[in-house]
Design a protein around this ligand. Structure first.
Ligand SMILES: Cc1cc2nc3c(=O)[nH]c(=O)nc-3n(C[C@H](O)[C@H](O)[C@H](O)COP(=O)(O)O)c2cc1C
Length: 202
C-alpha cells in the first residue's frame, strides 16, 4: 500500500512535525518518517528529547510518545540513501517536510540532494507527486524567498505555519491543531475539522 513520506528537518516548531505524524497515523495512514541530522539536535535543545537514531527503536519511541497504534510507521536514517523511498519507482502518495529549515529549502531548490530528505523531495518533484513544504524561519531573506519561489515553480506547495487569529486560539495546542489541519488540507487527508471559518458574525 502506498504511503506518505514525512520529513522533519532541523528547524523550530518541531511540535508541528510531531502532531502531523500523530494525526496521519491516527487516520490509519502509512508513514515513512525521516528526521534530518539537524532535527535530532533541535529536538534535544528545544524539546529536551533524545530521539533514538536506530530506526526500529525510533519507531517504538514514536508509538509510545504519540500513544498511537494505528497506521504503519517506518523510520529511516537521514543518510540511508539506498532506502526504498529514495527511488521514483517506489510509489508514494506524496511528501511533507514539517518543519522545513532554510538549509533544506535551499538544497532542495537547487537540486542538491545530500541526504535522504532532499533526495525524496527531488524524487517527488520529478515524479510530479505532491510535495508540501512548511518553511520555518522569520524573517525571510531574499535568498529564502527566491528558493521558496523556485520550489513553488517546480510544483511544491508552500504552506508556511502562519496561525489563524479568527479562531481565538487560547493555547499553543490550539494553534498547532489548526496549523496541522491546514497542512493536511493540502493533501486532502484531514478527517479533523478544527475551527474552520464559518462566515462572519452577523
Ligand atoms: C535550536 C535550533 C533551532 C533552529 N531553528 C531553525 C529554524 O527555525 N529555521 C532554520 O532554517 N534553521 C534553524 N536552525 C538551524 C538548522 O538546524 C541548521 O541550519 C541545520 O544545518 C539544518 O539542517 P537540515 O536542513 O538538514 O535539518 C536551528 C538550529 C537549532 C540548533
Amino acid at each position: 500500500m502506498s504511503s506518505y513520506v514525512l520529513a522533519i528537518s532541523g528547524a523550530s516548531a518541531l511540535q508541528l512535525g510531531e502532531r502531523t505524524l500523530q494525526t496521519l497515523l491516527n487516520n490509519n495512514k502509512n508513514i515513512s518518517l525521516i528526521l534530518s541530522k539537524g532535527a535530532y539536535k533541535v529536538f534535544l535543545s528545544e524539546r529536551r528529547l533524545n530521539i533514538p537514531i536506530d530506526p526500529i527503536r525510533q519507531e517504538s519511541f514514536w508509538r509510545e510518545r504519540l500513544n498511537s497504534t494505528k497506521g504503519k510507521l517506518i523510520c529511516y536514517k537521514w543518510d540511508d540513501m539506498a532506502a526504498i523511498i529514495s527511488s521514483g519507482s517506489h510509489k508514494t502518495k506524496g511528501m511533507l517536510i514539517v518543519p522545513c529549515s532554510m538549509g533544506t529549502v535551499g538544497r532542495v531548490a537547487s537540486g542538491f540532494s545530500l541526504d535522504l530528505i532532499e533526495r525524496c523531495a527531488d524524487v517527488h518533484l520529478k515524479e510530479g507527486r505532491p510535495l508540501i513544504i512548511v518553511p520555518r524561519e522569520m524573517p525571510w531573506n531574499l535568498i529564502h524567498l527566491r528558493n521558496l519561489t523556485s520550489l513553488a515553480e517546480a510544483g511544491a506547495k508552500i504552506a508556511p505555519p502562519i496561525p489563524a487569529w479568527y479562531t481565538n486560539p487560547c493555547t499553543l495546542d490550539d494553534m498547532i491543531d489548526f496549523l496541522v489541519m491546514k497542512i493536511l488540507d493540502t493533501l486532502g487527508e484531514n478527517n479533523v475539522d478544527n475551527k474552520r471559518w464559518e462566515g462572519s458574525i452577523k
